[in-house]
Design a protein around this ligand. Structure first.
Ligand code: F6R
Length: 244
């Protein structure tokens, strides 16, 4: 795995955004895997800037988001549907029919999860996936204990994730307890993956992901077995890494 440590967040966002920009220039029909959360917001802003500068277009792009809270309707201000539209999709020329964000309000999730997997397959798979990492080592909402062979599924959020994400809700009781998420195996099929992590509270998860055993206790550790992954870290998130 490649690791880029960079203390200037603007520079880090620019480096990560450049991976998308290069891909979209060489393949305007690329399939992108998108993450929500605080970490990628700066990257999305750089992509909006690049689009406005006329460097890239999303007109033929297809996107798949990683996850969504169960029970939140798409117009809830903490839904990931809402987030993605606020932070990126409303500001570029993407076509709505090529935007896939898991729904948090389905009745038959067994059918729906398979439908979501089938859409990814039908699109030809994900060319470039951006990830954040949870302080418990999760990628998407693949919480500790999730099988590394998992595909899109419903999951119970870990108490630590509920605490971490409560910062964005009025109270911790408002944080949904369940989510729909791409599985680890779904993510591992992306042809290229970039993961961003900033801040002290990600340091243990980053160490476990990069230098711990490959284990479902830190689902990000599965990335060690992927052929094309780059971690973009600030020094706080990289603090516990041992020189190898
Ligand atoms: C979001 C997602 C999560 C976040 C992770 C980090 O779609 O899949 O795995 O990437 O929880 O969140 P932030 O960036 O808010 O620290």
């Amino acid at each position: 795995m490649n690791v880029v440590i960079c203390d200037d967040h603007q520079h880090m966002n620019a480096l990560a955004a450049q991976v998308f920009i290069d891909l979209l220039k060489s393949n305007p029909q690329a399939v992108l895997g998108l993450a929500t959360g605080t970490t990628p917001i700066g990257v999305y802003q750089k992509l909006i800037d690049s689009y406005r500068a006329g460097e890239i277009s999303f007109a033929e792009v297809t996107t798949f988001n990683l996850d969504e809270y169960i029970g939140l309707h798409r117009d809830h201000d903490q839904s990931y549907y809402y987030f993605m539209h606020q932070k990126l999709l409303n500001h570029v020329d993407i076509q709505g029919q090529r935007v896939f964000i898991p729904s948090g309000v389905e009745e038959d999730y067994a059918t729906y999860c398979q439908w979501y997997e089938d859409r990814i397959t039908e699109a030809g798979g994900i060319d470039l996936q951006i990830l954040g990492i949870g302080s418990d080592g999760h990628i998407a909402f693949n919480e500790p204990g999730t099988a590394l062979g998992s595909r899109t599924h419903i999951t119970e959020l870990d108490p630590q994730t509920i605490r971490d994400n409560s910062r964005l809700f009025k109270s911790i009781d408002d944080v949904p307890r369940r989510a729909i998420t791409m599985g680890v195996a779904t993510i591992m099929e992306a042809r290229q993956i970039i993961l961003l992590a900033t801040g002290e509270n990600k340091a243990e998860a980053v160490r476990d992901a990069l230098q711990g055993p490959v284990s479902s206790e830190c689902t990000a550790s599965a990335l060690q077995q992927h052929p094309d992954v780059t971690f973009y870290l600030d020094t706080a998130a990289a603090r516990l890494l041992q020189n190898e």
